[in-house]
Design a protein around this ligand. Structure first.
Ligand SMILES: [Zn+2]
Length: 265
């Protein structure tokens, strides 16, 4: 009986440890898949079999299934065929508009709370480093770097708000921040886009966003809650204006780059 109880002790401990490891694995797999989706590596509308993805990522199907559930909750994938097939959801302009309408409030609140609470030197350093990263990502254009830095930038402000309910919106912030970028552009300054009747390049649009991002950080660092909220709302409202042009811009860019018809529209 004593042997039995030792065995029992061991067997209850090990699964706990394994489940901790599995949680970390699920996080890694989720992050990897989210990155593949927002970078366009897994194009919108693509159907992938679990068995293919499991092999590609070198994981078993259990953490993959859990990752799919998280991504489905984020609105990035849809599962079908008895959960055997995963389809990457297309985020169109209307869906992105709905996300950004919500974000005008969330990001404004997050910036206000972060400014009021004050941020650590480390957070300020991280925010400024991400500003540098975003700036550098436009010359030459590096969509993956842009996506990661931009999503991280807005997430970090939400985290700095210290409000757990604001932090609940982190997946929405990540997905909507990333969905803006167009992975198949090689040269953003070569593509002319129409914005309120004016022609601008995608590079100019990104430069203008950069000024908006800097204004948010400066107001938060200065501890000016009112100004921080206004800057964040202004930035998101500006982005919202572009969101309405997104489908049109994607077409213009696809035409300019002569991307084949299988590219996301
Ligand atoms: Zn932004």
């Amino acid at each position: 009986m004593r042997d039995g109880s030792i065995l029992h002790a061991v067997s209850t401990r090990e699964p706990a440890f394994r489940s901790m490891q599995r949680t970390r694995l699920v996080d890694d797999v989720t992050r990897e898949l989210r990155e593949m989706i927002v970078s366009g590596e897994l194009a919108a509308g693509t159907q992938l079999l679990q068995v293919d993805l499991a092999e590609r990522l070198g994981v078993s199907r259990t953490p993959l299934r859990e990752a799919f559930r998280i991504l489905e909750n984020d609105g990035l994938v849809r599962t079908s065929n008895g959960n055997r097939t995963i389809e990457v959801v297309t985020i169109d302009a209307r869906q992105l508009r709905e996300m950004y309408e919500l974000r005008e409030v969330i990001d404004g609140l997050a910036a206000r709370l972060a400014a009021r609470a004050g941020i650590s030197d480390e957070t300020e350093h991280d925010l400024r480093r991400l500003l540098d990263d975003m700036e550098a990502s436009t010359k030459p254009y590096d969509p993956s770097r842009r996506i990661e830095a931009h999503a991280r930038f807005h997430s970090l402000i939400a985290e700095a708000s210290g409000n757990h309910r604001v932090k609940d919106f982190l997946p929405l912030i990540r997905v909507s921040s990333a969905a803006l970028y167009l992975p198949f552009i090689n040269d953003p300054s070569a593509v002319a886009l129409v914005d309120e009747g004016h022609l601008i390049t995608h590079k100019e649009a990104m430069d203008s966003a950069q000024q908006g991002h800097e204004a948010i950080v400066d107001a938060i660092v200065a501890g000016n809650a009112r100004k921080a909220e206004a800057a964040a709302r202004r930035h998101i409202a500006g982005t919202l204006r572009w969101v309405d042009r997104l489908d049109e811009w994607r077409e213009a860019i696809a035409a300019a780059q002569e991307v084949d018809s299988s590219a996301p529209a």
